[in-house]
Design a protein around this ligand. Structure first.
Ligand code: 13P
Length: 288
């Protein structure tokens, strides 16, 4: 059964660790992440962007696949199925499809409109027991063809959105999606501390988890971050392992072309990445 992210994130905030959101792209991704979470006895959030949802034949297909997989793999750790950077329309589609958690990203709207739409979704999600993530200050970098400028959130605006009753809040603090440039200045801990002080117990979300150095991850957790999103790092690990397999000519040996063999090194690479992140975030053994 899929669960809302509320309880796992409240526990994470109180216990000073973070739960990983790992984005899924297909069956192999989903299976690797679920199996690793079970092995690590860690709660987990499966993130689905609108583009990935479309790729996987729609949110209904995704929800059906994840629910069936949780059951058939005997997964007992808490699993939330979460819409990542949802539009207003996308949020409603996922609620209907059976997602247990939603992100409505209204960060590109003027703050009044972000508040209005978020408020409406708070009421809908609350009634259905679905967790809701809101965003203030766009995250930089590129995701699904959308390039964000990388804003630093205004702590007062964060407080306004948090007070609407969302479950968790994503705030731009100099983080970006994808690889960080060599001249990246690092996370804005001054802003994070100011936001944390304003929003109190509200779990904060750190997007763009790929490539943030371990010491900055730990500091962010100490300042109230309870959910960390990782996407690109699994993709890079999968691609590198697959490249190695092909370059070694293994697809040309025997039945090496069988997709179950061809994709196996990539699957192991995703598992290793997820395990490493769960260890870094401190969520290992926290499934109870
Ligand atoms: P990365 O791709 O940089 O890990 O970011 C993932 C993310 O924030 C998804 O919302």
């Amino acid at each position: 059964m899929l669960v809302s992210a509320k309880e796992m994130l409240e526990k994470a905030k109180a216990g000073h660790y973070a739960v990983g959101q790992f984005n899924i792209n297909n069956l192999e991704w989903t299976k690797s992440i679920l199996q690793t979470a079970q092995e690590m006895n860690s709660p987990v959030i499966l993130g689905v962007s609108e583009g990935a949802g479309k790729y996987m034949c729609g949110f209904k297909t995704v929800a059906a696949m994840v629910e069936a997989m949780v059951e058939s793999l005997g997964i007992t750790v808490p699993v939330a199925l979460h819409l990542d950077h949802g539009t207003y329309e996308g949020a409603y589609k996922c609620i209907e499809a059976g997602f247990s958690s939603i992100m409505f990203d209204g960060s590109h709207y003027p703050i009044a409109e972000n508040i209005e739409k978020t408020k409406e979704l708070v009421a809908v999600c609350r009634e259905k027991g679905i967790s809701l993530e809101a965003e203030v200050g766009a995250i930089g970098g590129e995701e699904d063809g959308v390039i964000g400028g990388g804003e630093v959130a205004d702590p007062n605006e964060c407080k306004m959105i948090a007070d609407l009753g969302v479950t968790m809040l994503a705030a731009g603090i100099g983080n970006i999606h994808g690889k960080y440039p060599a001249n990246w200045a690092g996370l804005r801990f001054d802003t994070l501390a100011a936001i944390s002080e304003k929003v109190g117990q509200m779990p904060l979300v750190l997007h763009g988890g790929t490539g943030i150095p371990a010491d900055q991850i730990k500091k962010a957790i100490s300042l109230g971050v309870s959910k960390i999103n990782v996407n690109t790092e699994c993709q890079l690990a999968f691609a590198a392992a697959t490249r190695q397999y092909i370059e070694a000519g293994k697809d040309l040996e025997g039945k090496g072309f069988d997709p179950r063999k061809l994709l196996a090194p990539g699957v192991e690479a995703i598992k290793a990445t997820v395990k490493e992140k769960m260890e870094l975030f401190g969520s290992v053994g926290k499934a109870e």
